[in-house]
Design a protein around this ligand. Structure first.
Ligand SMILES: [Zn+2]
Ligand SMILES: [Zn+2]
Length: 389
């Protein structure tokens, strides 16, 4: 998919124009080089050196047609090396977090925007080289490549500090290839410089789960010393609880999975119960990370007057009809869509200050299908991360 281009000449920043073929590869990139389906655990992937020298290919896991993850729809194998376009950096991927959004992309709950697509938008890697005009990072810099790949920079949303709502936003691992690969190209202005403190594997989940959890905390309106519910206790909640505890917020965790309840208690939750249990006190705010619409009703039932239920996911099953009484007294239900770069920068700074520690379950790149399956079936404690090198 072509990046958004700007043609106006009213003195606004001028377009980032990137020419891509209809299949989404840069114009000068080679055609896909023989991806093959991975079945079982015994797949042999050719050594990278031989692949790159002969075909300019890298290893990647790509999706051609969305399907239930149980059918292992990602194909892992050779894929053309990305080429950094104007103002882009080519990042050598060390680790890539696995996000619930990747699951929605893979299973088609998010409309397919490019095929094949390499999912993955929580990339920690090293700048390998810079495209034309890219001067922000030098080769060798450790960077994070997030969900927000690009925005137009000129629309009313972008100009009012709400670039997360940009109608021309481009997203990594959905509209352009992401980090389930050895290399990814990313716009230099949307890439984060990373703190030195944590390892690649432990930093990766901060780049979406962490940032989105942080934005969800912000929009929930929770204040220091308040009572906060977290529905769904996966990657995002296990980071957000550490921020909440740092702010002296009492956290109540609601999850159907006993392992997740135990993780919540380990991380300082006041209480952990099943999704529809009643907590020992009414909540000032609630955050929902699980994609189940009925949780909105559950959260409203235990919310104080004037409280907010913030929905942190990009996809959710239909919300059942609700009695107006549940919403009355100025309760608010609101979604969280993407994040701004400011959210990311503020959060990464705070994460280093706290410091946040992520629980990570590691998978080799070629096992991306297994990682998605584990995520779907609540079998990940903390965050799943692909180790790429
Ligand atoms: Zn915009
Ligand atoms: Zn994500």
């Amino acid at each position: 998919m072509a990046l958004p281009s700007r043609t106006d000449t009213d003195g606004l920043p001028q377009p980032l124009k990137v020419s891509r073929r209809p299949d989404g590869f840069p114009d000068d990139a080679p055609r896909p080089c023989g991806l093959y389906v991975r079945s079982g655990l015994s797949l042999e992937i050719p050594p990278r050196s031989s692949v790159r020298s002969e075909n300019k290919c890298m290893q990647a896991c790509a999706l051609f047609t969305p399907a239930p993850v149980d059918s292992n729809p990602l194909r892992c194998g050779d894929y053309p090396d990305p080429e950094p376009a104007a103002c882009e950096v080519l990042v050598r991927v060390n680790a890539c977090g696995v996000c619930r959004t990747d699951l929605h992309v893979t299973e088609g709950e998010l409309e397919q925007r490019k095929s094949p697509i390499v999912p993955g938008h929580q990339v920690v890697g090293i700048v390998e080289r810079c495209g034309p005009g890219a001067t922000r990072f030098a080769p060798g810099a450790r960077v994070g490549v997030p969900w927000l790949h690009h925005t137009d920079g000129v629309c009313p949303y972008c100009r009012s500090g709400r670039e997360n709502l940009c109608e021309k936003a481009v997203f990594t691992g959905w509209m352009v290839d992401g980090g389930y690969a050895e290399y990814v190209a990313a716009h230099q202005d949307f890439v984060y410089a990373l703190p030195e403190s944590a390892t690649d594997l432990h930093l990766a989940p901060l780049l979406c789960a962490g940032i989105i959890g942080f934005r969800t905390l912000r929009v929930s309106g929770i204040e220091r010393g308040g009572a906060l519910g977290m529905y769904g206790f996966g990657a995002a909640a296990h980071v957000a609880i550490q921020v909440a505890r740092y702010w002296d917020i009492r956290v109540y965790a609601f999850t159907r999975d006993a392992r997740h309840r135990s993780l919540a208690m380990d991380l300082g939750a006041q209480w952990a119960g099943d999704s529809f249990d009643e907590p020992p006190e009414k909540l000032d705010a609630a955050m929902i990370f699980a994609p189940a619409g009925e949780l909105v009703i559950a959260a409203l039932k235990v919310l104080k007057r004037g409280g907010t239920v913030a929905l942190g996911g990009i996809h959710m099953s239909p919300i059942p009809p609700l009695d107006y009484d549940l919403l009355y007294h100025e309760r608010v239900v609101r979604s969280v869509a993407n994040n701004t770069r400011r959210d990311g920068e503020d959060f990464l700074k705070l994460a280093a200050e706290i410091p946040i520690h992520t629980e990570v379950q590691e998978f080799p790149l070629a096992d991306a299908n297994s990682a998605l399956n584990a995520l779907k079936h609540d079998a990940v404690r903390g965050a799943a991360v692909l180790r790429v090198r």
